[in-house]
Design a protein around this ligand. Structure first.
Ligand code: ATP
Ligand code: MG
Length: 394
């Protein structure tokens, strides 16, 4: 089986994992499963063998998964053996990932500020991105937000009474079951989807249309296929840094493309790239705009776990430096905790709203390794998993 479940949401994926296990136990088939998900490996396999990346790819060390069957997702979360195996495999994959990627950049970011802030007209000098009022309350505010979609059976309130306040510089993960309305909330915030009732205020201004002060990264990359990586990112950069020198703009483009590991593919056409590479271009483009608000809708969902971890690191590094305000929709519980100051869990739709919010009080800067070893980590994980499981029962 070659990643049969990778493109599915967490719930469907979990159900199908159980189904595959049931058939496997019944028929006693010999199975090789290729997966991008360490947890899936640990849940299903007798042995997990990471592949050492090519050229000349070879098998890495084998990890024997001696956890008793049947294995239960929630129970495993408490199992010391599970935690140890999970940490070991993760560490192994990260180590070979680091060996393989030598994407360090020699370019320094020019100290120019994008033309997306309301105060820019008074201040056209080259400045470092403004971080003075980090922590300002109610920088972004959703008030009694509703979304009603027309359906053949009449209008349906998909999202109803969604309320949330964010500080400037805060990072929020938005998590919830497939179809509950996460993308709907995000697209209203981006100004790409009409607000039915209520409102969204960003930095004192009501959101009523799309603008360069908000950058969006979707799950599937949306690039101009006939343009190169460099040209795709340049398009945005030209529009928000009209006051900078051409060389400064080029440096910004090259800096972010190198940061996401595309230093060697700057002038490759988007059409000739793999999905993972295209997604990196999309992420570089969003970062390069230094927006007030970064909206990420499962940006790493389609990527393998190594690439995902790498890009999470890039995201954290850029976020630490720029302190931009960000909302990220994800299905991945670990990703939600790793990145966020708060995890916002949405109830199942219709009439989805904020169900529960947890503060992630883990030290920054964070690394995946330190997090997996942190004594509180599995308690956070538990509370997310059990919220999602509770939603299932309704
Ligand atoms: N344009 C539309 N017209 C009618 N219904 C829609 C429209 N867009 C979305 N919906 C419905 O709204 C609900 C929420 O959709 P949305 O895409 O926001 O969910 P989501 O939480 O992002 O799901 P996923 O995790 O699968 O991406 C779904 O039931 C969907 O069918
Ligand atoms: Mg969605």
């Amino acid at each position: 089986m070659d990643e049969p479940l990778s493109a599915l949401d967490a719930l469907t994926r979990a159900n199908l994992q159980e189904e595959i296990l049931r058939i496997w136990e019944q028929d006693k088939k010999t199975v090789i499963l290729i997966t991008n998900d360490v947890d899936e490996g640990l849940l299903m396999a007798d042995r997990v063998i990471p592949l050492k990346p090519g050229p000349g790819a070879t098998f890495g060390p084998e990890f024997v998964v001696d956890l008793p069957r049947p294995r239960d997702r929630t129970m495993m979360n408490h199992d010391e053996r599970f935690k140890t195996l999970r940490a070991q495999i993760t560490q192994y994959l990260m180590d070979i990932g680091i060996e393989a990627s030598s994407g360090e950049t020699a370019i320094t970011l020019p100290p120019v500020r994008p033309n997306t802030s309301t105060d820019w007209k008074n201040d056209t000098t080259a400045l470092k991105p403004s971080t003075d009022d980090i922590g300002r309350e109610r920088y972004l505010e959703f008030t009694q937000l509703d979304k009603v979609y027309p359906t053949p059976k009449g209008p349906v309130a998909v999202v109803e009474d969604f309320n949330l306040k964010m500080q400037k510089g805060e990072f929020i993960s938005l998590i919830g079951h497939s179809g509950c309305g996460k993308s709907t909330v995000l697209s209203m915030c981006a100004g790409l989807n009409e607000i039915s009732n209520g409102g969204i205020i960003l930095d004192g201004k009501e959101v009523d249309s799309a603008g360069p002060d908000r950058a969006v990264v979707f799950q599937a990359p949306s690039l101009f296929p006939w343009l190169t990586a460099f040209e795709n990112v340049s398009l945005g950069v030209e529009s928000v840094y009209p006051h900078a020198q051409q060389t400064e703009r080029d440096d910004i483009v090259e800096y972010y493309l190198t940061r996401v590991g595309l230093g060697d593919a700057l002038h490759k056409k988007a059409a000739d790239m793999s999905n993972g590479m295209r997604q990196r271009v999309g992420i570089a483009r969003a970062f390069a705009l230094s927006p007030k608000l970064l909206l990420l809708d499962e940006p790493f969902g389609m990527l393998d776990s190594l690439t995902r971890w790498e890009l999470q690191e890039v995201l954290m590094e850029v976020w630490e430096r720029t302190k931009l305000t960000a909302i990220m929709v994800t299905h991945d519980v670990d990703e939600a905790i790793l990145l966020a100051d708060r995890v916002v869990m949405m109830t199942n739709g219709p009439q989805a709203k904020v169900g529960k919010i947890i503060d992630v009080d883990l030290p920054r800067p964070r690394t995946r390794k330190a997090l997996l070893e942190h004594p509180d980590y599995y308690a956070y994980r538990e509370s997310l998993i059990s919220f999602l499981a509770e939603c299932d029962q309704h």
